[in-house]
Ligand binder design. Structure first.
Ligand SMILES: *Cc1c(COP(=O)(O)O)cnc(C)c1O
Length: 388
């Protein structure tokens, strides 16, 4: 979208609160709500607190409103994995710095990344991939070797598919350096990582690999994995920054650090407004589900805060009880597994707002059965009162 289109579009889709969305749209369809103020504030927190350069992992939520708010909060670097993501960032922000951080790149994508977008940083975890990257990008590039790390206490393992074992990492660094490339190291401790110490362990592993390879490093990229505050015991972000800073100082790491947060930057900055279309006893049938924006509630067992709302902004209060919630598709799997505690008088036509839905939500919709959450609004006033 051009700046002008974006401005026009955002005038039409700007609201003061979620209650204002309900008053003005009376939506029987799901509405994805973006809170730019929260996103800006999260970006500032990261840029000020993280001891290095902050890259936003675009796959987490690539919507232009989200990218815009993070940019306003000071994010200038982007972890991108496809030409689509690179284009989306670069078209909106020509001065942005994109890194091609997918360890397996198609030749056409590599060619465009180099020729059209001028990217110079490429992740590899395999010798054939290194060859491929050099063939298209030459050697005046930074080769970021991605290491596999122990899973630790993360909800999702991001080393089961990608990442070189330490010995392969040493060989890749040596070969990239021998061929004249600049070299760097990267890892990902796993998404929604609940243990700050995982970063210490991974940084120690990375520096061990760097020592054995004995090549100069451009930077050490500690990846993403910083958690959002779903209903689980989540250490504060500050603990992660402290561990990373302390480990850097203790190991005498003098090269710049980089980080690639996705979830922790955007989760609290969006919510999904759904409507109850039928109540059968303690089962609620709503209009978004696991094939739409809510797949992580099943796949990650993530427990977002919820709020029930009736027309005219009347908050549904009173006694709560557990409900099972079904999504809109015909598939019996389309159910949100966890019980949700909602007011016992909830009925058809009431709305349920799911908070903390900024990460891995609109970007992961399938469109299955014709259900798509395609109304996306920005809310420039009151935030919903969730306890993050
Ligand atoms: C997904 C991903 C991220 C973001 O991870 P979060 O857990 O959302 O912080 C960062 N880097 C890479 C390489 C990724 O694949």
């Amino acid at each position: 979208m051009s700046e002008q289109q974006l401005r026009r579009h955002s005038r039409e889709t700007r609201f003061a609160s979620v209650d204002d969305v309900i008053d003005r749209l009376n939506p029987s369809y799901p509405v994805f709500c973006v809170f730019p103020d929260i996103l800006r504030e999260r970006a500032q927190t990261f840029v000020e607190g993280f001891p290095g350069t902050v890259l936003y992992a675009v796959k987490c939520n690539p919507h232009p409103y989200v990218l815009r708010s993070l940019w306003e909060g000071g994010i200038r670097h982007f972890d991108t994995a496809s030409i689509f993501e690179i284009a989306k960032v670069t078209e909106q922000f020509p001065e942005a710095h994109c890194y091609f951080n997918h360890p397996v790149k198609g030749r056409g994508a590599l060619d465009s990344a180099v020729d059209v977008y001028g990217l110079t940083d490429f992740v590899v975890d395999d010798m054939h991939e290194l060859d491929k990257v050099i063939r298209y990008a030459g050697t005046d590039i930074t080769v970021e070797v991605r290491l596999a790390t122990p899973k630790g206490r993360a909800v999702y393992n991001l080393s089961a598919k990608f990442g070189a074992p330490p010995d392969d990492g040493v060989a890749l660094l040596k070969e990239a350096s021998r061929r004249g490339c600049r070299t760097a190291l990267a890892f990902h401790v796993g998404s929604q990582c609940l243990d700050p110490d995982a970063f210490r362990i991974a940084m120690e592993l990375a520096m061990d690999v760097a020592g054995k390879a004995d090549v100069p490093l451009e930077y050490l990229d500690v990846g993403g994995g910083f958690p959002a505050r779903y209903k689980m015991d989540v250490p504060p972000l500050r603990d992660y920054f402290d561990v990373i800073r302390e480990t850097r100082d203790r190991l005498g790491i003098t090269v710049p650090l980089m980080g690639e947060p996705g979830r922790a930057l955007v989760a609290s900055g969006c919510s999904v407004l759904t409507q109850v279309h039928l109540r059968k006893g303690n089962d609620l049938y709503i209009n978004d589900g696991i094939y739409g924006c809510l797949s992580e509630i099943r796949d990650g067992d993530l427990d977002p805060p919820v709020r029930a709302i009736r027309r005219k902004g009347e908050a549904l209060a009173g006694h709560t009880q557990p409900f099972r919630i079904f999504g809109p598709t015909c598939d019996s799997l389309d159910v949100l597994k966890l019980p949700f505690h909602l007011p016992d008088n909830i009925q058809e036509g009431d709305w349920i707002e799911f908070g903390l839905m900024g990460a891995y939500s609109i970007g992961m919709q399938t469109g299955f059965n014709g259900f798509v959450t395609d109304t996306i609004v920005r809310i420039d006033g009151t935030h919903s009162d969730f306890d993050f």
